[in-house]
Design a protein around this ligand. Sequence first.
Ligand code: ADP
Ligand code: MG
Length: 395
Amino acid sequence: MTLKTLDGVDVAGKRVIVRVDFNVPIENGQIQDDTRIRAALPTLRRLLDGGAALVLISHLGRPKGKVRPEFTLRPVAQRLSELLDRPVAIAGDVIGDDARVKVTAAKPGDVILLENVRFEPGEEKNDDELARALAAFGDLYVNDAFGAAHRAHASTAGIAGYLPAFAGDLMTSEVEALGALTGSPERPFVAILGGAKVSDKIGVIENLLSLVDAILLGGGMANTFLLAEGKAVGDSLVESDFVELASTIIRKAREQDVDLVLPVDVVAAQGLDGQVVTVDADTIPDGWAAYDIGPRTVDRFGEVIGNARTIFWNGPMGVFERSAFANGTLAVAKAVAESGAFTVIGGGDSVSAIEQSGLADKISHISTGGGASLEFIEGRTLPGIAVLQDGGEHS
Ligand code: ADP
Ligand code: MG
């Protein structure tokens, strides 16, 4: 897959629309984590250095097509202005009079942030009129919102039908890193999967079976697989509706020569605040639930990770938010960081876990898109990426 990048594109004197993912956590008007804003800076700086005026589009939360002041992008404009060290004007609307006046007046070096695009009911419907109205604000369209690329919305897909469309630097690096996994990864290629539920990750597991040499399963989802193997899992989180699917996956793994490794021991407790014990994964007593992988499992996983040349990790190995159940996730983070392999981590909680471990800078690529990175690994075509491909419209 080849994206149309910004390399060699002359943006001097042009008005460039950039779809960014500024969907940051905000509490009482205070931004809790500005990672996503920072992630867009290279593209924005590059365009500004090239002499463009910028019209930025983002969503924030789920206002569901209504103007809801609690979802305003105002705090984001302020933070972006600090980070770029230049004024950022926020429009009072998305495609209304205020936006039009501000965009029309924009000169090279100016930055206008439109108000939350999901205030417009047409955004999530990929409404053609909205796409056209947004496109009228610029000469070029750049999409750097990888985190929203799995949605076919007016600002991520429709708009690209009306302007020359390019991938921003963040989008390009995401597609390169994730594309290396689904393309021709160096082997052994090991996937580490965890998190709460199997049901969230079925498509990911199934597609990975045809890509990887080994899958290490931990976290809550491992319990359903243990149950499928006939093990006693006590009161651990299981999805009974998915036990059969887990059996099928175990069988397919065997058929396709994928080494599917389940926990051999777990850290269990009687409720999250109860006394903690380490037990074999097949003897979790009734009333007890597995909340983390145990030390022998960490060693087994560590061996496989140590031999890997490519690693994809999604989903914590346990309830890592609690220190009593964070060891497995932190130990796996350490093993991944020290593996020397090409390493990619995706998923909201997995990314928090690696940041919490202090090892984030030892990871080859940390994806900014939770849902989008998983859909990419599922092998699906992401609508926000499809419109940026070479050979697409306006190429
Ligand atoms: P990501 O956001 O990285 O895709 P998920 O959202 O799928 O990850 O899973 C993260 C959640 O899974 C965390 O809140 C964690 O507490 C929970 N979790 C992990 N292991 C267990 C377990 N054994 N029992 C219950 N919940 C678990
Ligand atoms: Mg999550």
